[in-house]
Design a protein around this ligand. Structure first.
Ligand SMILES: C[S@@+](CC[C@H](N)C(=O)[O-])C[C@H]1O[C@@H](n2cnc3c(N)ncnc32)[C@H](O)[C@@H]1O
Length: 269
């Protein structure tokens, strides 16, 4: 697999860093579209990569979750001052159990504090899970385990790097289904919450996880220009792809637990 530069400040459950080489090739073959829509953005790896590398003229990222949106609002749409304040909060934070609990339990007074709280949750909750009920990473000796995924300088660098190409990215907090209709003709990278067979259902990973997949395929068929969808390999998904004449590929990837898993890549011309 080609080298992939980590670009997102999130470590996202279901994040698609492993798919970057495929998405690069897809966007190049699609002729570097003028608009790439990512209607279920999450950690936004593919959209950010496309914007950073000029694989699309403009990227629109859409996400419903307000905690996730808080980060993208500051990083992509916020003032330089707010972005710098977020980076300062990250670099000045001392990761102790008490401090982490205090941030997570507090009601943030403004948008920067809310973005910071999301980043603390994403780094310190097990699996990067932001949905309610997620536990903390095992705290280990003297709470040191908590700091195991807190790389403040790296996070600040990724945020600053993203600010460098933010003019080529728009972020919208909203419904991906509506966005697909609104951006008719755009290229679309579609990675909705889904886990084959309902086990480890998206509900554990994401607050917003109820998706009508049949309807989603219909909208993509009707409104997308070129599209790339990713799904767990499941008969239901293959049937939907067949029904709309989409091309189905199969990518082997390693899960965080090093089990080989199969994910489908589904293409609409
Ligand atoms: C599989 S994750 C996307 C991961 C992303 N591709 C990445 O690399 O980080 C799916 C995302 O869709 C979001 N979501 C769920 N329902 C949505 C909706 N109706 N509109 C927009 N986003 C939604 C979830 O909050 C979650 O962040």
């Amino acid at each position: 697999m080609a080298q992939v530069r980590q670009i997102s400040p999130f470590r996202y459950p279901g994040g698609k860093t492993w798919l970057v080489p495929v998405a690069r090739e897809w966007l190049t073959l699609a002729g570097r579209p003028s608009i790439l829509l990512e209607p279920f953005a999450g950690g936004g790896v593919i959209g950010l990569t496309a914007a950073a590398e000029g694989l699309a003229d403009h990227v629109v990222m859409v996400e419903l979750d307000e905690d996730v949106a808080a980060v993208w609002h500051v990083v992509l749409e916020g003032s330089d001052r707010d972005a710098a304040e977020l980076c300062d909060l990250i670099t000045d934070f001392e990761v102790t159990l008490d401090n982490v609990r205090a941030v997570i339990d507090a009601s943030p007074p403004n948008s920067v504090a809310k973005a910071f709280r999301t980043i603390v949750k994403n780094r310190c909750q097990r699996g990067g899970i932001l949905a309610p009920g997620a536990g903390l990473v095992k705290t280990g000796e003297n709470g040191r385990g908590l700091a195991s995924r807190w790389y403040p300088a790296t996070l600040a660098k990724r945020i600053e790097a993203t600010r460098g190409f933010k003019d080529r990215v728009s972020f919208v907090q909203g419904d991906g289904f509506e966005a697909i209709k609104k951006y008719e003709g755009a290229a679309m990278f579609v990675d909705p919450p889904y886990t084959a067979g309902g086990k480890r259902a998206g509900s554990r990973l994401y607050l917003h996880n109820e998706i009508d997949h049949a309807h989603l395929f219909e909208l993509v068929a009707e409104y997308a220009g070129a599209a790339l969808l990713t799904y767990d390999d499941a008969p239901e998904v293959r049937e939907l792809a067949d029904k709309h004449g989409f091309l189905v590929g199969n990518v082997a990837m390693k899960s965080t637990h090093h089990a080989v898993m199969r994910e489908l890549t589904i293409f609409k011309d």
